[in-house]
Design a protein around this ligand. Structure first.
Ligand code: UGA
Length: 436
């Protein structure tokens, strides 16, 4: 089947390239001509394991075409909308204008019986509004909502082997067409659920808000562990061992970041507020507040450690919001760097893939390696759980820093290795990390 994908960012490009490998023919339409050029050149704008190879193969095989020409969608039967839905402003809900524009641009290429499939994360009601727009512009096409659950770093695997497929549809024909699109995945036994548009929209938002809630929950419990002599990490592990709770997203630390969990949790709070369900709005606002409290807590602790020192310096290891991605959107690590700089400390930051040229933030002092970041550092903070940091040599690094004090905000290092080498090592929720 010929399928079009509108928007070739972190979601759309993975979707097109991954499904092209399953036997469909994809055309990807992207308005940003520079992005299109880079995809053709093989210089992708994003670090996503496995993606570059998939894209190269699909372009060479002719199963993927990438263009800025909107009319290229003509002749496809299924059209995925994979454009972004950024926050309008902090705590003011989602901006649906990219979706509206994508649909407007797509409409002239639609033919009777075509299916437009929204994949972006939106509050319930968005698909209904887009359906009304579609019926005005192209009355014989239909709209469905098919939320995406891929995580960065494992996006290719998650797309090719999703845990479930959710079809928000208004007709059996739409479900049948989606079954054709996903046939190779369904053949492997993947569960698929047919529902209405609003449920498909809400389940995606709710999934991300739930994951955020789990993280804020465990960070709250970890803080209580630190005040009570309990072991924060073991408490988390034992909680996660209860199958009713589950171990995923129950790892305490610096908190969540990225383009999805923070935005979606605040977006759900805004949606609840608009709906007049104030306790829900307050609940999700509190999840967000607990998340940002983690970096404030570390900032206060590090600042207290550096008090009285001459020109104190902090090394931050990791800039991306998590390992295996170059994405710095709402990265807790970058927020931490800013907070420490605002507190008057000099901060050097290193990351295996994020560099100053990635445009993360021009005020930040990016250096190439962890060793460079740690030169003359009074405190070293591991802020992203890159496996590279597990391979650092604590003994060698002793002579690099001014003070051998390391805080592992992601609990990704081996404490014994660092302590045995002579470092003062603290996990994020050690009792010693308590300020008050
Ligand atoms: C998230 C969801 O997990 C995906 O299912 C969803 O499709 C995606 O958002 C999206 O809406 O596009 P992602 O943002 O890639 O995926 O990241 P996660 O792996 O969920 O991690 C989010 C943040 O939580 C990271 O900063 C991570 O370090 C942090 N985290 C994760 C914790 O602090 N503790 C944990 O136990 C797990």
């Amino acid at each position: 089947m010929r399928i079009s994908v509108i928007g070739l960012g972190r979601l759309g490009l993975v979707h097109a390239a991954a499904l092209a490998s399953l036997g469909h023919t994809f055309v990807g339409v992207e308005m940003d001509t520079e992005r299109v050029r880079k995809i053709h050149d093989g210089t992708l704008e994003m670090h996503e394991p496995g993606l570059a190879d998939l894209v190269r193969t699909a372009l060479t095989d002719g199963t993927l075409d990438v263009t800025s020409e909107p009319s290229a969608s003509l002749g496809a039967r299924a059209h995925f909308l994979t454009v972004g839905t950024p926050e309008l402003a902090p705590n003011e809900g989602f901006d649906a204008s990219y979706l509206e524009n994508a649909l407007r641009t797509l409409a002239p290429s639609l033919q009777p019986g075509d299916l437009v499939i929204g994949k972006s994360t939106v509050p319930p009601g968005t698909a209904a509004a887009l359906t009304a727009q579609l019926h005005r512009e192209s009355p014989d096409a239909e709209l469905a909502w098919n939320p995406e659950f891929l995580a960065e770093g494992t996006a290719v695997r998650d797309t090719l082997a999703p845990q479930r497929l959710i079809y928000g549809v208004s007709s059996p024909e739409a479900a049948r067409l989606l079954d054709e699109v996903y046939a190779p995945i369904l053949d492997t036994g993947t569960q698929r659920v047919i529902t209405d548009l609003a449920t498909a929209e809400l389940v995606k938002l709710a999934t991300n808000a739930f994951l955020a809630t789990k993280i804020s929950f465990i960070n709250t419990i970890a803080r209580l562990a630190a005040t009570s002599g309990a072991d924060a990490l073991q408490t988390a592990q034992l909680l996660g061992a209860d199958p009713r709770i589950g171990a995923s997203h129950l790892h305490p630390g610096l908190g969540y970041g990225g383009g999805c969990l923070p935005k979606d949790t605040r977006g759900l709070a805004y949606f609840a507020q608009q709906a007049g369900v104030m306790e829900a709005a307050q609940f999700f606002a509190q999840v967000d507040a607990v998340n940002t409290a983690q970096r404030q807590h570390i900032t206060e602790w590090v600042t207290a450690q550096c008090r009285g020192r001459q020109e104190p310096q902090v090394a931050i290891l990791g800039a991306s919001f998590k390992a295996d991605t170059d994405d710095t959107r709402e990265s807790p690590s970058i927020a931490l760097a800013h907070a420490l700089m605002n507190a008057g400390l000099r901060v050097r930051i290193a990351d295996p893939v994020v560099t100053a040229s990635c445009g993360a933030d021009s005020r930040l002092e990016f250096v190439r390696t962890a060793e460079e970041a740690m030169r003359e550092a009074d405190v070293t903070l591991v802020a992203t759980a890159w496996p590279d940091y597990q391979r650092l040599d604590p003994e060698e690094l002793l002579s690099v820093v001014r003070c051998p004090l390391i805080v592992d905000t992601r609990n990704c290092l081996d404490p014994a290795r660092w302590r045995n080498a002579g470092w003062e090592y603290h996990a994020m929720f050690d009792p010693v990390m308590r300020l008050r």
